[in-house]
Design a protein around this ligand. Structure first.
Ligand code: SF4
Length: 291
């Protein structure tokens, strides 16, 4: 069985930086204790587990807002996750007397800057993103003049007021965004559209399209919470018609799925540690599917 190792894969610069910020904060004795991380620092539970073992306390509860999570915390340091955080929550952290450290990716802040710029110019903003994702929540928190659109059907149900500035979540699917952009151009031809998918997401999605032309099966190593990992699966299935599984680690591989497979490809999301992907590749390279 041939194992195609698709590159680029794994940590992007934003994820790498965010993890380093947590690790260096944990080693900095001048910072107030405890050291909290608000939300998953990046969407991978193995990363979160490793940081927990080093002493970080991750505040995460899908049923509670970030504001609720920090409400009762009055001492310590709070590190904001790579996805960005609601502006009011940042104020709340400072008002509680906590030390705030921001690990938001610069590509997320680029989108925030463009949203602010066009709001100031009098535009209504359309934000294409996944609802309830922390990056989306942070972007929507900038103003109530931002309308969230998740799909073409969403767009068809919404009555938007021009002039429109259109931007998006950095880890959105290239396919989905181009479909939504086409529909916006039909409905609101004067809209100002920018495409803000970050290069890490774009290069990983394009690499899947380029490499999965002749493979029987593809594994994406990533956490189910990771938007960019899920979109790699989607792109692989939609654009290359390849049977694709999202797996968290080698333990999720079902040997029965490899029966008759001649070429298998492997990639991973931008928040997946290298060792998890290496274990998958090692397993597949030593797998005997002729038995
Ligand atoms: S996937 Fe893109 S936006 Fe998200 S952390 Fe990586 S570089 Fe930043």
């Amino acid at each position: 069985m041939i194992v195609k190792k698709i590159t680029p894969r794994g940590f992007c610069k934003g994820v790498y930086n965010a993890i380093e910020i947590v690790k260096s904060s944990l080693m900095d004795d001048s910072l107030p204790r405890p050291i909290y991380v608000l939300g998953f620092i990046v969407h991978n539970r193995h990363v979160v587990q490793e940081l927990t073992e080093l002493g970080a306390i991750t505040l995460d509860d899908r049923l509670a807002s970030r504001s609720e999570l920090v409400k009762h915390i009055k001492t310590g340091t709070v590190i904001l996750s790579a996805h960005g955080t609601d502006e009011l929550v940042k104020e709340q952290i400072k008002a509680n007397g906590l030390k705030l450290i921001d690990a938001t990716c610069i590509d997320v802040y680029k989108t925030h800057d463009s949203i602010r710029e066009y709001l100031d110019k009098g535009y209504n903003v359309v934000y294409i993103g996944k609802s309830n994702h922390p990056e989306t929540n942070a972007s929507l928190s900038i103003s109530d003049k931002i309308t969230l659109i998740e799909s073409v059907s969403d767009l068809d149900k919404t009555n938007l007021k021009e002039p429109l500035f259109v931007t998006n979540q950095t880890t959105f699917s290239l396919n989905d965004i181009s479909r939504i952009h086409e529909r916006i151009k039909e409905l609101y031809p004067n809209s100002l559209i920018t495409e803000e998918i970050c290069n890490a997401t774009r290069f990983r999605q394009n690499a899947i399209i380029k490499n999965n032309t002749d493979v029987d099966l593809c594994y994406i190593v990533g956490d189910p919470r990771s938007n960019n990992s899920r979109n790699l699966v989607k792109i692989s299935e939609e654009e290359t018609n390849t049977k694709t599984f999202l797996i968290e680690s080698v333990k999720d591989i079902n040997p029965a799925d490899l029966k008759g497979v001649k070429i298998v490809s492997v990639s991973s999301g931008a928040s997946t540690p290298t060792y998890l992907t290496k274990e998958v590749i090692d397993y597949l390279e030593s797998f005997d599917n002729t038995a």
